[in-house]
Design a protein around this ligand. Structure first.
Ligand code: ADP
Ligand code: MG
Length: 269
């Protein structure tokens, strides 16, 4: 049985109108293959539908990646877990599956001195979550605080905080760099309160809670913020030697100046 001729130009227009770009591009090739190999109509249709879905997923992930502003190259694959015994790859993999904790709005807190991989691990977790379909935003805490302060001046703080709800995970890097003399860091408290038990945060800090009085306007607010953050949280104490320093020393040991060592060369042997 021969099939009736179709108007290819009209079909292309229709697929455009229906916003099916993958099918629009792929149908001539697959139709030809189907004719040649005698596929059933249902088989052809399902192949085309699968391609459209896969392409849609890919575009979504790409968009979410661009929005997340993660540091490039900081992935789980490039993270050396041997350097940090208190963080296990299995635990991080369980976290990046996202099940449960993200739905409940639980938090992750990473503590440790500079150079131990807090930012790297945050981005690695963020990237894996995006690949698993979640939305993430990585930001230096000081940058976000500045934006929220501007929003407060413009009388749109509430909606600025609400807009961040679209991100399942908000990564606030280096919270301890925020100082209350930056004025009005209560915006940070308002953000923490707004997300409490609803939307997750991952916070990195190079200072323990005891030093967080320098961040918030008054001790009561510090206490209230910490209380909310830790209520449902996984805490990693990353107290190891700086990976950066260790890598530099290693490079020096090989007779190369530490200043030339680049992250790519820091991979463990
Ligand atoms: P922190 O945020 O704790 O100051 P970073 O994440 O910026 O530390 O790490 C400093 C540098 O060392 C980065 O280039 C990072 O990729 C690298 N690094 C740190 N820890 C590790 C690790 N365990 N495995 C691989 N690279 C690491
Ligand atoms: Mg960092």
């Amino acid at each position: 049985m021969t099939s009736p001729n179709i108007d290819a130009a009209r079909l292309t227009l229709a697929l455009n109108e229906l916003r099916l770009p993958a099918i629009k591009t792929l149908w001539p090739r697959f139709a030809e293959q189907a004719d040649k190999e005698g596929w059933s109509a249902a088989h052809l249709l399902s192949v085309l539908a699968e391609h459209e879905l896969a392409e849609r997923d890919r575009r979504r992930t790409e968009r979410h990646l661009a929005q997340a502003r993660l540091l490039p190259g900081k992935t789980i694959d490039t993270f050396d877990f041997a350097a940090i015994p208190m963080v296990s790859k299995a635990h991080i993999n369980a976290i990046t599956a996202g099940d449960g904790w993200i739905a409940k709005g639980d938090n992750i807190l990473l503590f440790g001195p500079p150079g131990v991989g807090k930012s790297h691990l945050s981005c690695a977790i963020g990237l894996a979550l995006i690949e698993n379909g979640y939305r993430v935003l990585f930001t230096r805490t000081t940058d976000l605080v500045q934006k929220l302060q501007q929003a407060r001046r413009d009388l749109v703080l509430e909606s600025a905080i609400a807009k961040l709800d679209k991100f399942h995970l908000l990564i606030l890097d280096d919270i301890a760099y925020v100082t209350k003399d930056q004025a009005e860091t209560s915006v940070l408290f308002e953000l923490i309160s707004a997300r409490y038990e609803r939307r997750s945060m991952l916070i990195t800090a190079n200072k323990p809670f005891g030093a967080w009085d320098a961040i918030f306007p008054d001790p009561a607010m510090t206490l209230a913020a910490v209380d909310r953050l830790v209520h449902h949280a996984t805490i990693f104490e990353m107290n190891v030697e700086s990976y950066r320093r260790k890598a530099a020393q290693k490079a020096k040991g090989r007779g190369r100046p530490a200043t030339i060592a680049s992250p790519a060369e820091m991979a463990p042997d």
